[in-house]
Design a protein around this ligand. Structure first.
Ligand code: KG4
Ligand code: ZN
Length: 338
């Protein structure tokens, strides 16, 4: 089975062709980062319009690179939610309509299921069950994953998502949008000088997160300290260490709770080097392993949507003819595949 995947939930147009025998045949990505940078964040209306402009050329490109014609495609998967409704509707309209025109089934994919399954695109894919730490710009959650669609959310952020905390703190430091990777780069030049950033909600039981206090702590530290490059790098490092430590503590708890030795990290923040290193060390300490997708599949992409959609299409699921987007969509309401 060969599936065309379409991702348009936020500020990246991602298109891919995935084949269950041959693997990933092509993937094309257009990032709107430059478009939104002047505004310091994603402007939903501009995002929708840019998806409209780019989606068809990218589909043509991905099909050509996969050596495929519409006849070779057995189904179309598009991100149905969660995300920005206007942006979602671009992918849903185009995906649903192309499937109708080509006489193929279509499936609406949950964006976070896409992230969660992204490590399956790699050679050394994890087996089920595992604990997944999903850390993106819109969500932070820990999930007990027993199989595709068998998701129990163990904890989630009660305020800012981890990526959002990175982006907001980066903005306070004068870094351009999206600040996460820029803050990480700055933090790499930082030294440990004893800033005492909190590890929110680690002093009580439970697996929920809260990151908005860290951003406030960073704001107060920035205001109290001299405004030079090395000081900013030191603060960035202390902030990053606080986020990473907090995530690691919660991951360890979730692994203890489930008894699993496999941890998957996915979503934009899983590209963070300090997080990967810290979790690798933690997992080695308990005789387990951490799995993550290659950098380009940590952030939004079409490949993860094609992969997740193929699993569901192959199991016989499909959308009716109505075009639907679902901006809010709890992960644990998805249908399980046997
Ligand atoms: O998964 P994603 O591409 O989009 C959403 O679904 O939200 O995640 C984007 C988020 C942004 O907040 C971005 O700043 C963050 O991931 N991010 C990072 C890094 N790379 C991307 N945060 C920290 N360190 C990184 N290296
Ligand atoms: Zn995402």
């Amino acid at each position: 089975m060969r599936v065309l995947g379409i991702e348009t939930s936020c500020d990246e147009t991602g298109i891919a062709v995935y084949d269950d025998q041959q693997g990933l045949l092509s993937h094309a990505l257009y990032s709107q980062v430059k478009l939104h940078a002047d505004y310091g964040g994603v402007v939903p209306e501009l995002a929708s319009r840019d998806h409209v402009r780019k989606i068809i050329p990218l589909i043509r490109q991905a099909l050509a690179e996969a050596g495929s014609t519409p006849d070779d495609i057995d189904g179309i998967a598009y991100t149905k939610g969660p995300g920005l409704i206007g942006a979602l509707l671009v992918g849903a309209c185009v995906g649903r309509s192309l499937a109708f025109a080509w006489g193929k089934p279509a499936i609406g994919v949950h964006h976070m299921e896409g992230h969660l399954l992204a490590p399956m695109l790699e050679e050394d894919a994890p087996e089920f069950p595992f604990v997944a730490l999903l850390v993106s710009g819109g969500h932070s959650m820990l999930v007990n994953v027993e199989g595709i669609g068998k998701y129990q959310v163990l904890g989630e952020s009660i305020d800012d998502a981890a990526g959002e905390a990175f982006d907001k703190t980066a903005k306070l430091m004068g870094l351009d949008y999206p600040g996460g990777p820029r803050l990480a780069k700055l933090a790499a030049k930082g030294e440990s000088v004893g800033y005492k950033f909190p590890r929110p909600m680690t002093d009580r039981p439970g697996l929920d997160f809260s990151f908005s206090g860290l951003k406030t702590f960073a704001a107060n530290t920035i205001a109290a300290e001299p405004d030079d490059e090395q000081t900013r790098a030191n603060i960035a490092r202390a902030f990053e260490e606080a986020v990473v430590d907090t995530l690691a503590i919660k991951c360890r708890r979730a692994l203890k709770l489930t008894g699993y030795k496999r941890l998957v990290i996915a979503g934009g923040v899983s590209a963070n080097t300090r997080l990967r290193e810290s979790l690798a060390e933690m997992m080695a300490g308990i005789g387990g392993r951490v799995y993550y997708p290659r950098g380009e599949f940590c952030t939004d992409n079409g490949a993860m949507i094609a992969y997740a959609g193929l699993q569901r299409l192959r199991a016989g699921q499909q959308e009716d003819l109505a075009v639907k987007g679902q901006p809010r969509w709890p992960l644990d309401t998805l249908a399980a595949l046997d």
